[in-house]
Design a protein around this ligand. Structure first.
Ligand code: NAD
Length: 693
């Protein structure tokens, strides 16, 4: 029996059974009356195709048949509604390290070379994302037909790698090599329009025209693989050296070689062998296998799995379709917009009409940032309803409160809401620093009350702390975690402790930076040192970005409530807040933001105190250990994941706890004790280190 595939109700295909019955096969094949063969990737038991060894072995077997009985043309596409292929199987990649990776890679290359060498036109039809090895498969074809919404990219650098299945030479041959390198070096995705402009795709079409477009391509006998003039310009090694030098300087700023060797290895490879297919191929294989062995790749794979773990902790259905957000300020506006973008029906209330007006404008920006088409933007904005009278609260499955950090105001609004909201609705607060048990006083059903602590900006920061307190009603926390996953955020379940997890760990780091400033260390030096450690921005810049008023609020709320004391709140922080210099939003904080984001540049860290970085980072690690011991978070993986996805903590170090473990728990504890002796009890090692071996 054949299998009928119906692509979005438009292209009907009758596909043969899997060739490799023992493995249930990963490809399906169908031969049409027009002599065109469709090879459809359909990895079993998964919504998404990933390119594994099995996919390549099965493809090899399909190629036997195609070589024996050549069709008029071969089309490659995916059977998954969600997209073409997400890339390589990361688990398998991680397992490859230490084994004979080069051998495996060579076998994979041989299969793709064989597909490329087929003596008939090969056409990739792409809907959704074609990433990493999926993109490499697409590049092997003579031509590429994209459906609206298709996207292409090489996210390998985010895993400490570069493309390893021929992408480095096929993309640099296909399009302008400097553009190709930029895509590979940044890991950015080229969406349909950009992909067309760059020359990645030959045509963009809609599903109903796929068959005709494929037939036209199959009839077109022009040599589709001729190299562009721009590609040939870089055949000269002098041209590559010049471009390579520029790329290296740019890359070093964002991804220093010591921390992220992969993009630098890619530049070396292209500079050395660009334009020479055989040398590029051999070099790609060796370099990829070498990168697999690095700590960076190991830790970035860990970050990938931590993301999956957090995501999974929010699996299941939330049954939350209607959301009401109270407070349309900085946070409420974005929470509402983001939930609407992700398909929820949202009402948004505020006492200020002005705030509601601004929120609608901000929502359009959120849609833009999420790369929505104009139709998707219209639908998202239709789902978001400004609601000055708060009528939506009565219908909502979930009410999110994002009012100013004032417990009396919050409690009063909860009391007002208690007669309005449904008995089965969940009430969640976005508070950063208030105790949920205290706030719960004003709530009619405290067992349906929890925290949903989003980070700013909501559309960029992936983590949400799902804060529990007391004994919630069955399913409340699961539903909230599932809600986070449904709106494409990562839930971390934490307990109602001061600062929860993330702020608890971040505040000592930020405060220590301010103490160092008071001691006379220039802010640029502090920021530079933290960035050299691997933080995405320095702590002083971060404090400005978060808002100095908010930093002060959170620090004050934690003061005296922690086992390990915080440093005294620096006078300059209070003074700046009093003067209204609250950071980025005010145009001035520690830095002047009037001309854009500050840049510590190459601030000279040579004269900085020798313990500068440890004074910043180790209190953060220490606080993570406290949270683990006090069961604020459930396990070390969730702590590391939360810190990476909420603060950008150097992902190539695998998270604060992994960093401490790699450095040696005893060594870190001793160093903390030494810092405590020199600088005070705020560095006192937590007793939980004993359990973290
Ligand atoms: P904000 O001051 O920007 O916004 C609060 C909004 O609530 C304002 O628009 C105000 O008009 C409105 N409001 C006041 N009283 C109201 C009432 N009675 N009914 C309806 N609306 C009312 O505050 P924010 O920065 O968005 O913070 C909101 C919450 O989120 C706080 O609990 C804060 O701790 C938390 N939070 C803030 C950040 C951040 O970076 N700003 C990050 C995480 C969490």
């Amino acid at each position: 029996m054949g299998i009928v595939l119906d692509f979005l109700g438009e292209t009907r295909l009758e596909l043969g059974p899997a060739r490799d019955a023992t493995r249930d096969g990963t490809w399906r094949m169908a031969r049409g009356d027009d002599g065109i063969v469709w090879l459809v990737l359909d990895v079993p038991d998964s919504d998404t195709n990933t390119v594994s060894e099995a996919v390549l072995t099965d493809l090899d077997a399909q190629l036997d048949a195609l070589e024996d009985d050549p069709p008029k043309a071969v089309v490659i596409r995916s059977a998954k509604p969600g997209g073409f292929a997400a890339g390589a199987d990361i688990g398998a990649l991680a397992d490859m390290a230490g084994s004979d990776a080069e051998d495996l890679l060579r076998r994979g290359h041989a299969v793709l070379d064989r597909l490329e060498a087929l003596d008939v036109p090969t056409i990739a039809v792409v809907h959704g994302a074609a990433l990493g090895a999926g993109f490499e498969l697409v590049l092997t074809c003579d031509r590429r037909l994209a459906l609206d919404g298709a996207s292409f990219g090489f996210p390998e650098v985010q895993l400490g790698l570069h493309p390893g299945l021929g992408g480095t030479f096929r993309l640099t041959e296909l399009i302008a090599p400097d553009e190709a390198m930029t895509l590979m070096l940044t890991g950015k995705t080229a969406h349909t329009k950009k992909a067309r402009k760059l020359g990645i795709v030959d045509e963009v079409t809609q599903e109903r025209h796929v068959h005709n477009a494929v037939r036209a391509m199959a009839d077109d006998t022009d040599d589709a693989r001729s190299r562009s003039v721009r590609a040939r310009a870089f055949d000269l090694s002098a041209a590559r050296s010049l471009a390579g030098r520029k790329m290296r300087a740019e890359t070093e700023k964002k991804a220093p070689k010591d921390h992220y060797p992969a993009p630098h290895a890619l530049i070396d490879l292209w500079e050395d062998a660009g334009g020479d297919r055989a040398r590029m191929q051999a070099g790609e294989i060796t370099s990829f296998a070498r990168l697999l062995e690095t700590d960076t790749a190991r830790n970035l794979a860990r970050a990938f799995f931590l993301r999956q773990t957090l995501k999974k902790s929010g699996s299941g259905a939330s049954d939350i379709t209607r959301v009401h957000v109270v407070g349309a300020g900085e946070m409420g506006a974005e929470i509402a917009a983001w939930a609407a973008v992700k398909g929820k029906r949202v009402t948004l209330s505020d006492i200020s009409h002005d705030a509601l007006g601004k929120a609608v404008k901000a929502a359009t920006k959120v849609c833009e940032g999420a790369h929505l088409t104009s139709a998707e933007t219209r639908d998202a904005l239709d789902r978001l309803m400004p609601d000055p009278h708060g009528y939506g609260a009565a219908r909502a499955d979930l009410v999110i409160e994002a009012l100013p950090e004032d417990p009396d105001l919050k409690r009063k609004v909860y009391a007002d809401l208690s007669d309005t909201i449904r008995r089965d609705a969940i009430l969640a607060t976005n508070t950063s620093s208030l105790s949920l048990s205290d706030l719960a006083d004003g709530v009619k059903d405290p067992r349906r009350f929890a925290g949903l602590h989003f980070f700013n900006p909501v559309s960029k920061m992936q983590l949400v702390e799902v804060v529990g307190h007391g004994t919630p009603r069955k399913g409340v926390r699961d539903r909230l975690a599932a809600f986070c996953t449904e709106i494409d955020r990562l839930p971390a379940r934490v307990a109602d402790a001061p600062g929860f997890l993330v702020n608890r760990a971040l505040v000592p780091y930020l405060m220590e930076a301010l103490v160092l400033m008071e001691e006379g260390v220039p802010k640029e030096v502090i920021d530079r040192a933290a960035m050299d450690f691997g933080m995405p921005m320095g702590p002083v810049t971060l404090a400005d970005q978060v808002g100095l008023d908010i930093c002060l609020d959170v620090a004050q709320s934690l003061e005296g409530r922690l086992d390990t004391p915080l440093p005294d709140i620096p006078a300059r922080l209070r003074a700046l807040v009093e003067d209204g210099h609250t950071g980025k939003k005010a145009g001035r904080g520690f830095y002047d933001w009037s001309e854009g984001a500050p840049d510590p540049g190459d601030a000279d860290t040579g004269n900085a105190p020798e313990d500068l970085v440890d004074r910043l980072i180790l209190p953060l690690c220490n606080a993570c250990v406290t949270c683990l011991r006090a069961e604020v978070a459930r396990n070390a993986d969730e702590v590391d994941g939360a810190m990476i996805f909420a603060t950008g903590f150097a992902p190539f170090r695998g998270g604060p706890l992994r960093y401490a473990q790699d450095r040696g728990v005893d060594a870190v504890r001793d160093r903390l004790a030494d810092l405590a002796e020199r600088h005070g009890p705020r560095f006192r090692p937590d007793e939980g280190w004993d359990r973290l071996s």
